[in-house]
Design a protein around this ligand. Structure first.
Ligand SMILES: Nc1ncnc2c1ncn2[C@@H]1O[C@H](COP(=O)(O)OP(=O)(O)OP(=O)(O)O)[C@@H](O)[C@H]1O
Length: 360
């Protein structure tokens, strides 16, 4: 088990800055997701941790040990870590047992110690009954568990995983996520994985680090990242929020933790770290609702708009609505129990939202 510390780490490829002055601290035993859109630099961070890349600047420490920086560079095989690749990289001609024991030979371990480690690793991933099978006789999820067992048998201090759920079908994803959480809890090894899939990050991680453009945007518990995004980039990426420019008036009289914002001839009270002045109102699809005709609270602001399109997703129709706001082309998303045709005029209530300052 090992904590991770990155200080001012940078890495460029030619003219492309993949990782830009990154500071990141992860506690021992964490299950960390590096989350962000394609090209944000997450794989580069994983490769820097593994020692497959050298940083241009900065320091990387695993536990107490500096592995890169200040004239130091520890080779991948000497970092005491395991890697689980998306391809699983299993030997097709070897049994499950042979694959798991492969890396243990030539390390001064006697046969009984190797056998004990293999048995324990297979037990941990629930594959003891498949010890004699070959990879082609296994499902995708089972192959992945063999790859994980092979890493675990080495007793690494840190395990790095590349999009661990990406190759699995929807049903297997849920059961493998539960398996990963159990295995992580039982071994208490530090796990770090990369993903561009927020659901995968939230399902597995105890900590999520969101990257954008090679820079760290936010690091925190999954709930924090989901409910309290720190920047417009995180708000857009996590929860698929759409951002609306608004005028923040100041602290709400009814609740000083909230801010009043002016919106569509009315005033709303919402949470978020935005001071008075120009702000962003960040809206998730479940933070908006189609307004029914009929009585409603006096002064409640409604957003008018026109349905652009919709599709069925997750048990409801997800509509994209172009808002009717002068001089701005802004679309939001809202859930509807029934399909609505393109061109339908709707009014939306803001049920929940998050305020961020407009200026960085
Ligand atoms: N070996 C390389 N040579 C040149 N450019 C690279 C190399 N590796 C990464 N890059 C560039 O660095 C940036 C970050 O790449 P990286 O692979 O870390 O992103 P990522 O977030 O993992 O993306 P993806 O999810 O698509 O794998 C990208 O602009 C990418 O094109």
């Amino acid at each position: 088990m090992v904590g991770i510390l990155l200080r001012q780490v940078s890495k460029s490829y030619g003219g492309t800055c993949a990782v830009d002055d990154l500071d990141l601290e992860v506690e021992d035993g964490a299950f960390l997701a590096l989350l962000g859109p394609s090209g944000c630099g997450k794989t580069t961070v994983l490769r820097l941790l593994a020692g497959l890349e050298r940083p241009d600047g900065g320091t990387i420490a695993l536990g107490e040990r500096v592995v890169a920086g200040e004239g130091i560079f520890v080779e991948p095989e000497d970092r005491g870590l395991g890697m689980v690749f998306q391809s699983y990289a299993l030997w097709p001609h070897m049994t499950v047992e042979g694959n798991v024991s492969f890396g243990l030979h030539g390390r001064g371990l006697d046969r009984s110690e190797i056998a004990a480690r293999v048995a324990q690793a297979l037990d941990l991933v629930g594959l003891s009954a498949k010890a004699g099978a070959r990879p082609h006789q296994l499902s995708g999820g089972q192959r992945q568990r063999v790859a994980l067992a092979r890493s675990l048998a080495m007793r690494p201090r840190l395990i790095l995983l590349d999009e661990p759920l990406a190759n699995l079908d929807a049903n297997l994803r849920a059961s493998m996520a539960a398996e990963f959480r159990r295995i992580h809890a039982e071994t208490r090894t530090t796990f770090v994985f990369v993903t561009h899939d927020q659901a995968e990050a939230m399902a597995l991680a105890t900590r999520v680090a969101v990257l954008n453009g090679g820079r760290l945007q936010q690091v925190g518990a999954p709930e924090d990242i989901w409910h309290r995004p720190a920047s417009p980039a995180v708000a857009r990426f996590v929860g698929n929020r759409r951002l609306l420019p608004v005028e923040v008036l100041g602290a709400s009289a009814s609740d000083p933790a909230r801010r009043d914002v002016r919106l569509a001839e009315g005033v709303l009270s919402l949470p978020g770290p935005a001071p008075a002045g120009p702000g962003w109102l960040c809206l998730r699809p479940d933070g908006l609702a189609l307004a029914e005709d009929g009585p409603r609270p006096p002064g409640e602001p409604l957003l008018g708009g026109t349905v652009r399109d919709g599709h069925f997703e997750g048990g409801h129709h997800l509509l994209t609505v172009d808002l009717a706001r002068a001089g701005e082309a802004i679309a939001v998303q809202v859930r509807s129990p029934v399909p609505l045709p393109a061109g339908a005029v709707v009014r939306l209530r803001v049920v929940d939202g998050w305020l961020l300052p407009r200026d960085p």
